[in-house]
Design a protein around this ligand. Structure first.
Ligand code: GTP
Ligand code: MG
Length: 151
């Protein structure tokens, strides 16, 4: 089973959306294996968003992601990286379909509520999980409904 890194961004935390977002993943059948409520410092933000270093929006992005606490999580399940991205919607909430997290809960590109590991960047999930979590902060367990979730 695959693991993916998910983070409720500072806007989602301030807007009281942590529970709503966790509920969606739980109900889908994904399994929470790690969670950390934390504030990201600039160094971690710059490393996490290193791929966007040269983009014009990079400084705003780092300011935003460090502006308040985030809920960092690891979710596990079949095809978890792609399924989480599909539940998130498009990068821009304005382009995201209703029913997706960004399409239901956001309006603006620079305030898009949630991060999930990129499905088009193989290894991004493991890299991000390692960046945010020590091994002993992840908990292996079995959901009681697993035999009813998977054939
Ligand atoms: P993340 O899950 O946050 O990585 O979003 P993403 O993978 O859907 O998008 P991407 O990695 O391309 O961009 C990272 C973040 O930068 C986005 O979530 C946006 O918040 C922000 N961003 C991307 N493009 C723009 C842009 O053109 N302008 C601004 N202001 N922000 C942008
Ligand atoms: Mg991304």
């Amino acid at each position: 089973q695959e693991q993916t890194f998910v983070m409720v961004k500072p806007d989602g935390v301030q807007r009281g959306l942590i529970g709503e977002i966790i509920s969606r993943f739980e109900e889908r059948g994904l399994k929470l294996v790690g969670a950390k409520f934390m504030q990201i410092d600039r160094e971690l933000a710059e490393e996490h968003y290193g791929e966007h270093e040269d983009k014009p929006f990079f400084d705003d992005l780092v300011d935003f992601i460090t502006a308040g606490p985030v809920m960092a999580m690891v979710w596990e399940g079949q095809d978890a990286v792609r399924q989480v991205r599909s539940m998130m919607g498009e990068t821009d909430p304005a382009e995201s379909a209703p029913g997706t997290i960004r399409g239901d809960l956001g309006l603006d590109l620079g305030r898009n509520v949630i991060h999930g590991s990129d499905h088009e960047d193989p290894g991004a999930n493991e890299r991000e999980i390692d960046l945010f979590f020590d091994d002993d902060e992840l908990t292996e367990w079995e959901r009681v409904d697993e035999t009813w979730l998977y054939e």
